[in-house]
Write a protein that binds this ligand. Structure first.
Ligand SMILES: Nc1ncnc2c1ncn2[C@@H]1O[C@H](COP(=O)(O)OP(=O)(O)OP(=O)(O)O)[C@@H](O)[C@H]1O
Ligand SMILES: [Mg+2]
Length: 262
């Protein structure tokens, strides 16, 4: 595995200097167990990347490292052509330079309306508590309107968020990231627990978001991944097992053995 990882790190390094996000040879150990094992990954601006792999492969840990929640033992993470080193920064600063993350369970403020949730997210970007009491600027208002359209909740502006369906809450949370205009969006298992219709709508939504920003989607639902996938990365035991277009990855004997075959 280490020879492959070394080669992969080298290849990544060649393109990492022209990337939106570059995970450079990252290892994370928990009590001696390597959750990430010399992981290297390069994402281009505007790319939509799906990350798949068995339970415990290190997918969420990878997001934890990118967002600064977990410090790697070795390796670095960079943004914007290697010019910003995220692994030197604190969590809030990483969010501030444009890395947004959506956790698996929706964390909207259930007592507040759809609009109020987006308003809070919009103001939170400024970072200063006093801005919570400031009025929205015209520009912020426009961004909220536009986001409501994108996430399909224009008809629910005044609805208390606790009354939304599970799918709508997930979209609202994606909207709360969008109003902050992230350069990189990390989305962990977005369609878990959704109805078929909600899954369809989420596929369209994530599809429409790529291009304007780099989107990383971790998901176990293979039908969903097939719908949105361009490049797919398969993680296994903390490093990249396979990478490429979905049909290539799907037919890779190693991938079938460790993941899709089960
Ligand atoms: N804080 C932690 N302390 C100890 N071990 C951890 C910690 N976080 C993750 N791990 C371990 O690291 C490994 C990778 O976990 P991770 O959550 O990244 O996997 P995953 O690919 O997201 O899996 P899943 O598909 O089940 O969400 C697992 O074996 C997990 O038990
Ligand atoms: Mg996970």
């Amino acid at each position: 595995m280490n020879a492959a990882a070394a080669q992969q790190a080298q290849e990544a390094r060649a393109s990492g200097m022209q990337s939106m996000l570059w995970v450079d040879d990252v290892t994370v150990s928990f009590d001696g167990f390597r959750a990430l094992d010399r992981l290297s990954l390069v994402l281009e601006p505007g790319e939509l990347r799906c990350i798949i792999g068995p339970n415990g492969a290190g997918k969420t840990t990878m997001m934890d490292v990118i967002t600064g929640k977990t410090r790697p033992d070795t390796g670095k993470v960079f943004m914007q052509n290697g010019t910003i080193e995220l692994t030197r920064m604190k969590e809030p600063d990483i969010a501030h330079v444009g890395v947004g993350r959506k956790f698996q369970r929706p964390t909207v403020f259930e007592q507040l309306s759809v609009f109020e949730n987006l308003e809070l997210a919009c103001k939170a970007k400024k970072g200063a508590f006093r801005t919570l009491f400031a009025r929205l600027s015209g520009e912020q208002r426009d961004r909220i309107e536009e986001t409501l359209e994108t996430i399909g909740l224009s008809g629910e502006v005044s609805t208390r968020s606790g009354l939304l369906s599970h799918g709508q809450k997930q979209w609202l949370e994606i909207g709360m990231l969008l109003v902050q205009d992230p350069k990189v969006m990390l989305v962990d298992e977005p369609v878990a627990g959704m109805t078929h219709q909600e899954i369809d709508r989420t596929a369209e939504l994530l599809d429409s978001l790529a291009g304007g920003r780099t989107v990383v989607v971790v998901e176990h639902d293979m039908d969903f991944v097939r719908r949105i996938a361009r490049t797919v990365t398969v993680l296994h035991e903390g490093s990249v097992l396979a990478q490429g277009p979905m049909d290539k990855v799907q037919n890779d004997p190693h991938v079938i053995e460790v993941y899709l075959g089960s």
